[in-house]
Each structure stands twice: as structure tokens, then as C-alpha cells.
Design a protein. Sequence first.
Length: 201
Amino acid sequence: MHESPNRGRRCGCDQVPGTALFWVLGRSLQSVVGLAASVGYSGFIVHSLDTKGRVAIPKSFLKPLLEEAGKSEGLALTYGTERRLYLVPAAHLATVFQYLLTSPFAAKKVADFQSFFFGTTQRCEADGQGRILVPPHMVKYAGLGAEVTFVGAGNRVELWEPKAWEEHLAKLQTEFSEQAREAYGQAVPPRGVTPAAEEGA
């Protein structure tokens, strides 16, 4: 099982800075209404990664990604938490930067994260076969081998090493009931329905 990134340490391309700062990426992606509301990526599928680091984006993800990106912007592949990678329209990087400008973290931490995040982010364009190139440092970080699992995570597409995804999925399945109760408990219920009434139904 892959270990979580080291926290609070300076690191190279195979590690990430303190993971607390990754709230910036998650929060900024959540704020992109077009992607979160109109696309809603879901499901997962395994594709082969060739020896040159090329992998085809599943068609169910590729079309909406390109529509969201537009003709000029292209896509971006970034580091994510827990040894996953995020695939998003490149235009969303500006949103991440805006969150960094207003981050409550110490200036040095923000500067280190900014250098790491933007320095390692890969701009990419899908070729005629829908393939993108995953650079060696990202292949190493995510522990990718001959296959990649693409996961639709609502407002983004994630890339996982298949076994790591299976282990992560198994963990999430055991926690699903509690997470669902917390998530729905914070949601606004339909008119005339209260959380207490739902629980007693």
C-alpha cells in the first residue's frame, strides 16, 4: 500500500509539501461552478499506460474536459493528495492561484506550495487518440505501472495506480455510511422535510 506524502518536510518531485495546503486545490476546484454543476464526472475505468508514459483519457471524461477547456486552454495534470493526480482544464489553475493569494497559511508555506504546485504541474493536450503524456516525476509519485485508473470525482478527474485505488475505495466503502450522514446532514433538506423526520422515516 502506498504511504501518504511526508508532512512538514522539504521534498522533491516524488513527495509533496505539508498536505494541509492542498485544501487550496480542493476548494478552488469546488468553486468552478461550470465543471462541478454541468459536467459531474463519475465512474472509474482502467486504461493502459505505455512505456513512453502515454495514456488515453476515457471518452466519457475526454469530451466534457475538452468542452470545458475550450480550444486555446488545454488541460493540466497536477499533483493531488494520497498519491493521486488531478486532471482539469488548464484555465482552472488561475482559480488555484487566486486562492493562494488569500490563503491564511504563513507566507513561506504558501510560497513553497506555490513553487511546488505550479513547478510540477504539466500542461497537456490530448493527441488524435485521446492520449496525454504523464511525465516521469508524476508516474513515480503516483506509483503508476502498466495501468492507470481514471476516477470521476464530481468536479475533476483523478488518476490512480489501480491497486492504490482499490485500497482507497475499500476504505471509503467502510466509511461511506458515516460520511453520507454527515454530508446530507449539512445539506438543505427539501421543503417540509427535516433531518429528524428523515431519520425517523
